[in-house]
Structures are given as structure tokens and as C-alpha cells.
Design a protein around this ligand. Structure first.
Ligand code: SF4
Ligand code: FES
Length: 268
């Protein structure tokens, strides 16, 4: 059944089977997210997309759109929840943005700016996590992993390989690699797999591409900081220069949800 729902006062049409976030994205309104990707199935790992649907909190990436729904996305209390989530992700891992090749094109960093994260807010864990440089073309740094599961899902659903999986519990939860040695270099990951390019942070990076897009020319550098419509999702866009030659193209970036009703003072 198709129809339309209301997103922060804006009418959004949907098709049968659409989730709220997918319908919103297709209509050009982005709901903040870290673990959703239009080419992959549902996950619900990050909860950054939590909205209020007819007054009840729900993940926009796992909630089916329904006719007449009223969805609240960018209200102060929801953005405050998002700010706390982002802060927790920052202190749970080792995210040293100034020294990270992903800086300027990182969804976590971008969300930090968008939601006004100015400091850790909690005590940092500073966990000791391994770096796997065994693959000839791809670098894996678990210190920066936010457990969004995008690489797992991309490898399984699109690449047809299942190179990545999750292991452990609680603070020990981590990504593992399907190979006899446990090393990425012994896995079936190929440089042009979607899983090798989908990481929203700097945990999975192509080798020999450092500073291919120079500081100052990255998505966050090119954004007008006064424009709230692009604050959250700019890192979802492909890099301005060509990504790795055979990297699968990511979808075009829609505008942020609530752009029509959001004032310039919000979030950044
Ligand atoms: S390695 Fe990257 S894509 Fe995979 S779960 Fe961690 S943050 Fe997500
Ligand atoms: S985008 Fe919905 S839970 Fe991550």
C-alpha cells in the first residue's frame, strides 16, 4: 500500500514496503543515521535514526511507513539523544580525528559536529584493539570500528562472501574476519568489494589512497557550516575526487530531514 506520511511537517510519499528512512531519503529528506544504507537490508544497530512515530520512539530504518503517520525527526530532545549516542561512540573507541585519513569524510565525525559534540562527556575507554594490515589493498583498524555492521551486510548481501562477522559480548564485541588465520589478508575480501568501501568511519580504508582527496577538499570542508540541511549526512556523499577506481558508487545524498522547518541555529 502506498500513501504519504508527515516528516517534521513535510509530506513524504512512500511505496509499499518502504521504511520511514528509505521513503524520506527518496523524497530528498535525510534522517540522521550511521548504519543504514539503501542498498542493504535492515539492521537497527546505531539508533541514530530514532524518530517519534505517532508519538512513540522508533528506529526510522526498521519502521514501515504507513499512510497518515506523523513522524518527528529533528526536535531538540531527539537531537539531544543523538548527541549522547555520538558521544558514547567516541569514548567507546579510539577516534583521533586529526590523525585519521577519514577525517572530513567520516559520518561519526560529521555527526559529532552536527549534534554539537564539543568534548567526550564521558570517561574514555581507550581500549587496546588490533590493527590488521595484512591485506594488500585494505587496512582494518578496529580502534575506529563503531560496530555499524555495514561491512558485514555488504559482504554478505552484495559481495556474496561473508568476510566479516561480529564476535564477543558487551565492551568486548568486535569484528572478526572469515579466514583460517583470522587475518584480512587471508580472506576473500577484494579491493573492489562493497565491503571494502562502505565503512562510514576510518576502520576499513583502502591502502595507497591517503590524501588522494586533500584536506580542504573533503565533503565536510566543502559544506557551508551555516546550512543545517547538509550537516548530518555530508559524509554519505562520494568523495569529490574519484574514489578507488572500482569502488561501487554510493547513492546521491538527499537533504536532511526537517530542512523545511529547521532554523539555522539548530545543531551546528
Ligand atoms: S569496520 Fe566499519 S563498516 Fe564494519 S562494523 Fe566497523 S565501523 Fe561498521
Ligand atoms: S540507521 Fe537506524 S539504527 Fe542505525
Amino acid at each position: 500500500m502506498s500513501g504519504a506520511f508527515e516528516l517534521d511537517g513535510v509530506r513524504v510519499p512512500f511505496d509499499d514496503g518502504d521504511t520511514v528512512i528509505a521513503a524520506a531519503a527518496r523524497a530528498g529528506h535525510e534522517i540522521p543515521h550511521l548504519c543504514w544504507h539503501p542498498a542493504l537490508g535492515q539492521s537497527g544497530a546505531c539508533r541514530l535514526c530514532t524518530v517519534r512515530v505517532d508519538g512513540r520512539l522508533a528506529a526510522a530504518c526498521t519502521t514501515r511507513a504507513a499512510d497518515g503517520q506523523v513522524v518527528e525527526c529533528r526536535s531538540g530532545d531527539l537531537d539531544e539523544r543523538r548527541r549522547l549516542l555520538v558521544q558514547l561512540l567516541f569514548v567507546e573507541g579510539n577516534h583521533f580525528c586529526p590523525g585519521c585519513e577519514k577525517s572530513g569524510d567520516c559520518r561519526l565525525q560529521d555527526a559529532g559536529y552536527a549534534f554539537g559534540v564539543t568534548g567526550p562527556g564521558f570517561e574514555e575507554f581507550y581500549p587496546r584493539r588490533p590493527v590488521d594490515a595484512s591485506h594488500p589493498d585494505v587496512w582494518l583498524d578496529l580502534n575506529r570500528c563503531i560496530l555499524c555492521k555495514l561491512c558485514l551486510r555488504a559482504s554478505r548481501e552484495v559481495d556474496g562472501k561473508g568476510v566479516f562477522a561480529i564476535s564477543g559480548h558487551g565492551v568486548g564485541t568486535h569484528i572478526v574476519v572469515d579466514s583460517a588465520s583470522g587475518l584480512l589478508g587471508d580472506s576473500r575480501l577484494a579491493a573492489d568489494d562493497l565491503a571494502a568501501h562502505i565503512c562510514p568511519v576510518g576502520a576499513i580504508l583502502p591502502k595507497r589512497r591517503g590524501y588522494a582527496v586533500p584536506i580542504g577538499a573533503r565533503p565536510a570542508d566543502l559544506r557551508d557550516p551555516r546550512d543545517p540541511r547538509v550537516a548530518v549526512h555530508a559524509a554519505a556523499a562520494p568523495a569529490p575526487a574519484a574514489p578507488a577506481p572500482s569502488a561501487p558508487a554510493l547513492p546521491a545524498t538527499p537533504a536532511a530531514c526537517g530542512a523545511a522547518t529547521q532554523g539555522p541555529e539548530a545543531d551546528d
